[in-house]
Design a protein around this ligand. Structure first.
Ligand SMILES: [Zn+2]
Length: 418
């Protein structure tokens, strides 16, 4: 019996040793994995170059130390990046670091911080161990291309634009521009033609991204809408109609792109919740809960509150005599408070169904000199018109663009350089 017990004890001991070994093994694997964490985002290593894409949780110091730089280097680089390149944090999935060595075993002598395809910061280690910082702008080869399309039966502008080969980002910009002049809900008909002149940016013969929208035209119901991009002599830029009048209005009639109107402005309507007839002082746009609500124009938030009718609402005072109100929000955007200055297009809250509402939608009001007006028909002032000299320059520039467009419409596969 005694012997048997001893044998059992030995078995137990063996088990314990094995368990301990497994545990240690697991710890070792864990340490190896976590130790190599900073290596995981390396995308390319050549003999003297290592490219690291920043991932979330990465810090500049962590990445530098992982490349064998010492704490002194880290401190100096951190300081020089802040002071000379205004870089204080790295952005995950966007920024890249390139570490360059003289030889595979040499210390890092140069670091290139790539913040966009067009902007880099070069850090070079001097003999005395100091780091010099230089901002580099990558030369871009910008080509203007031209695309034309036509609305077909049952089409949306987006569908027709995609068919015309216009990239989604450009299409969204064009939509935003045209939304100042037309109502995509009611002004779209089969047979309407449109065209877009826009930039494509190349570097070393490779397309990197799209640039600005240079010219747009659309056969709207009330006539051709044309807009041209133009840089003024003071360096600011904007879009102007064919005569050089500002095309960007101070307010947008439909703050949310592509949202269907479910209830119009009227002095008299039966309220869907209250039952009795009362004026509908705004326009309702259908949109799902959580859809961002952009400010219709630049201004200052004068109310961010709740009441039984509007639910959560925001009111913005714009330049001149206009105010806009956005109701039934599910929640407010972070940082939007009474007194906050907002840009046109900045998200101020999210669609919801708070207050007297039958379902998620945006109730949008425009108030002019204290009186509610119809957002769809009120005359809205342009943000900026051109001065006399700029207007003359614009008309010259427009001729250049129009000439380019003429050439490209004959040879759609070509591009022009402006
Ligand atoms: Zn409403």
């Amino acid at each position: 019996m005694k012997k048997a017990k001893k044998i059992m004890n030995i078995t137990n001991l063996t088990r314990m040793v094995i368990a301990l070994a497994v545990l240690l093994g697991l710890i070792a694997i864990y340490l190896v994995l976590t130790g190599s964490r900073s290596q995981k985002n390396i995308t390319e290593i050549t003999e003297n170059k290592t490219i690291v894409v920043v991932s979330s949780g990465d810090t500049l110091s962590g990445l530098l130390l992982a490349q064998g730089l010492n704490h002194n280097d880290v401190h100096t680089i951190d300081k020089v990046l802040k002071s000379d390149a205004s870089i204080s944090t790295l952005r995950a999935q966007r920024d890249k670091l390139e570490f360059i060595r003289q030889g595979i075993d040499s210390p890092v002598s140069k670091i290139i911080v790539i913040t966009s395809p067009w902007n880099q910061v070069e850090l070079t280690c001097g003999d005395s161990g100091n780091w010099a910082c230089k901002k580099i702008e990558i030369a871009r080869d910008t080509r203007a291309v031209y695309r034309t399309g036509e609305i077909q039966d049952g089409d949306s502008f987006y569908l027709a634009g995609q068919r015309a080969g216009i990239p989604a980002g450009i299409l969204a910009e064009v939509y935003d521009l045209l939304a100042f002049e037309m109502d995509f809900e009611r002004d779209i008909r089969a047979g309407q033609k449109f065209s877009v002149l826009y930039e494509e940016n190349f570097s070393d013969g490779k397309k990197i991204d799209n640039g600005r929208v240079l010219a747009v035209s659309f056969d709207a119901l009330r006539g051709k809408v044309e807009m041209y991009y133009f840089k003024k002599s003071d360096g600011t830029s904007g879009y102007y109609d064919e005569n050089g009048n500002g095309a960007i209005k101070s307010l947008k009639r439909t703050p949310i792109n592509n949202a269907k109107i479910t209830s119009k402005f009227s002095k008299n309507r039966k309220h869907p919740v209250l039952g009795y007839t009362r004026a509908h002082k705004g326009v309702d746009f259908r949109a799902s809960t959580g859809t961002p609500i952009p400010a219709a124009g630049a201004g200052r938030v004068v109310a961010r509150s709740y009441n039984r009718g509007h639910g959560n609402y925001v009111k913005i005072r714009h330049n001149g005599s206009f105010e806009t109100l956005y109701a039934h929000m599910s929640k407010f955007a972070k940082g939007v408070n009474v007194g906050t200055t907002v840009r046109q297009g900045q998200t101020i809250g999210y669609v919801g169904s708070t207050g007297y509402s039958t379902g998620p939608h945006l109730h949008y009001e425009i108030i002019k000199d204290g009186v509610h007006v119809n957002p769809m028909t009120v005359k809205l002032p342009a943000i900026s018109n051109l001065g006399k000299q700029d207007k003359e320059k614009f008309l010259e520039y427009r001729k250049v663009l129009d000439n380019g467009i003429k050439q490209l419409s004959q040879n759609p596969s070509l591009y022009i350089q402006l």
